[in-house]
Design a protein around this ligand. Structure first.
Ligand SMILES: [Zn+2]
Length: 121
């Protein structure tokens, strides 16, 4: 896997995540981070593999080099306004209610991308 254009998005995302963890860790006198957990919705446009790659590229300093990155992928959940049903959207580009076939859909999950926690000492 190279430094392709496709991974640039994840590289800058991961740069931001590591920056946030770094300043929070420094404030708490943490010098080594052991684990980071990210929650990534399947519609967030960030691929777990590319995030792992970005983490390997960027996390080479003292604070992060022994850290493990855990990524939890969240399904895309839609809500049909027509029949008030919640359902998982398997095909990311097909926002149609499986019950009534209408497309009056609210997205209630799938776009999230955040750091849930990190551990270190
Ligand atoms: Zn419906």
């Amino acid at each position: 896997m190279g430094y392709g254009a496709g991974a640039m998005h994840e590289l800058s995302l991961m740069e931001n995540v590591l920056e946030i963890v770094r300043s929070s860790a420094l404030e708490s006198n943490i010098t080594k981070v052991y684990k980071l957990k990210l929650v990534v919705g399947k519609l967030s446009m960030a691929l777990p593999d590319s995030l792992q790659f970005a983490f390997q590229v960027l996390g080479q300093d003292e604070m992060f080099k022994q850290a493990v990155l855990e990524i939890e992928e969240k399904e895309v959940i839609g809500y049909c306004k027509e029949c008030q049903q919640q359902f998982t959207i398997k095909n990311n580009y097909c926002f149609i209610c499986p019950t009534c076939g209408k497309s009056m859909i609210d997205l209630i999950a799938g776009r999230e991308l955040y750091l849930e926690y990190y551990e270190g000492d």
